[in-house]
Ligand binder design. Structure first.
Ligand code: SAH
Length: 235
């Protein structure tokens, strides 16, 4: 079974973007995941192929029309039980935990918003799960969808060269990851911490754990406090 992503967008030319290169691109060539795009505008019925209209109640910008978007969503999800996501700054912030859950499924249908966003009735009526990639505003959902897919694809079985390396990263154990070093042994007068070249695996593991805790305390104390920060990896 391979992971299937369907993207509903006004800018299908933005895909697969960077996901067509590097490990994700190779995995796509091997058939480990696939992507198809649907042009929302193809579901407009008027002569001008209108997809947006002015916001009810006034104000700046435009809103994606519910009728057009719903037709696109219905077309994409016919006989299909993949989760339907809407990229949205009002959504639940994306976490590695949600990424893992999505990666275990058959795929996703992702709606990319534009303008001021989409009519609320289509979010409710088509049961769209709103997903945010952070507390800032993008001009459209496309880069957010690429980021979400990037996070999913890299953990699909067999995609990363070394499958184990996915298990020790920031967030997987509820902590930020320890710092990394590589040769040269001395660079600009700074040496690699001696413990890392000692060959003592227990001491190395202890050092890495301590550094991870120290960094997390300093930068992301919220990960230590909230129970939601304690995420169960797939180990
Ligand atoms: N007026 C909206 C922002 C619209 S931005 C508001 O203030 O909430 C246009 C589109 O970009 C959105 O519909 C959404 O699809 C996408 N987008 C913008 N910021 C995003 C974010 N942080 N995460 C996910 N999608 C985002």
């Amino acid at each position: 079974m391979s992971f299937r992503a369907t993207i509903l967008t006004l800018y299908p030319e933005m895909f697969p973007g960077h996901l067509g290169t590097s490990l994700a691109g190779k995995a796509m060539e091997r058939g480990q995941w696939s992507l198809d795009t649907m042009q929302i505008r193809d579901f407009a019925t008027d002569r001008h192929r209108t997809v947006d209209d002015t916001p009810a109640g006034g104000g700046a910008g435009m809103v994606l029309k519910p009728d057009v978007l719903a037709r696109a969503i219905d077309h994409a999800s016919e006989n299909d039980h993949r989760p339907r996501l809407l990229m949205s700054p009002r959504g639940k912030p994306l976490t590695q935990k949600r990424v893992r859950e999505l990666a275990r499924g058959d795929g996703v249908i992702i709606v990319c918003g534009r303008f001021e966003g989409v009519d609320q009735r289509v979010i409710d009526g088509r049961d769209l799960e709103e997903v945010s990639i952070g507390d800032y505003i993008l001009s459209g959902g496309e880069p957010a969808a690429l980021i979400l897919l990037d996070a999913i694809i890299r953990i699909l079985p067999g995609v990363m060269g070394n499958d184990l390396s996915g298990l020790h990263e920031s967030f997987e154990g509820g902590l930020l990851e320890h710092p990394h070093y590589t040769r040269p042994q001395i660079w600009e007068g700074n040496e690699i911490p001696a413990v890392l070249t000692s060959g003592n695996h227990a001491a190395i593991a202890k050092w890495q754990r301590e550094k991870a805790e120290e960094l997390t305390r300093e930068r992301r104390p919220d990960l230590l406090e909230k129970p939601s920060g304690k995420q169960t990896g797939s180990r």
